[in-house]
Write a protein that binds this ligand. Structure first.
Ligand code: URA
Length: 188
């Protein structure tokens, strides 16, 4: 299966009730394969309307965060735990995550990233460990079967609470150091 075939499957998905209310499935964006994978929580209103992850206000901030360490949508892949918008931007339900997580697993297998960055607690609890506490554990590194994983505060949290931004700046610098260590050719 190619990433494009997986995208086609995902676009037709009816496995949970979010399929009824969505305007677009938001599969993901970025190079294939991709050495770095960012995973958010789920599409918001703008993402649902446009079919692309992180294009609303949080996305603008994410782009700025990426550019601090010379990353962009062109050199890393961005997706979400659930591919369809939960109504009113509520947290995706356990059942919705469960119905959708297979797409992320297959994306990860196909993209072959060496570094996976969770954006916010929902992704971190799902992908790193259920007891993950974003306030305590952001910026820490975990290794799972050859994949390095960490979590940053979600950009929406950084929009609400600017006091979190200095920590995120340090976490981004930690990410840059890990990229240099694990992917020595990445920055050329
Ligand atoms: N928040 C997310 O977690 N993902 C998006 O794609 C947009 C906002």
């Amino acid at each position: 299966m190619t990433l494009d075939e997986l995208r086609q499957q995902c676009l037709a998905c009816q496995q949970c009730p979010l399929a009824v209310t969505r305007h677009h499935v938001v599969f993901g964006v970025g190079p294939d394969p991709s050495p770095i994978l960012f995973v958010g929580e789920g599409p918001g209103q703008q993402e649902d309307l446009q079919g692309e992850p992180f294009v609303g206000p949080a996305g603008q901030l994410l782009d700025e965060m990426l550019s601090i360490i010379d990353l962009s949508r062109r050199n890393c892949y961005i997706t979400n735990i659930v591919k369809c918008r939960p109504p009113h931007n509520r947290d995706p339900l356990e059942t919705e995550q469960e119905a959708c997580i297979g797409f992320l697993r297959q994306q990860t297998r196909l993209l072959q990233p060496k570094i996976l960055v969770c954006l916010g607690r929902i992704a971190a609890m799902r992908l790193i460990e259920p007891g993950f506490r974003i306030t305590r554990d952001h910026g820490r590194w975990y290794q799972k079967g050859g994949l390095w994983m960490t979590a940053l505060f979600h950009p929406s949290a950084l929009l609400r609470d600017v006091a979190k931004r200095p920590d995120t700046f340090r976490d981004l610098k930690g990410l840059q150091a890990k990229i240099r260590e694990v992917l020595p050719d990445f920055y050329g």
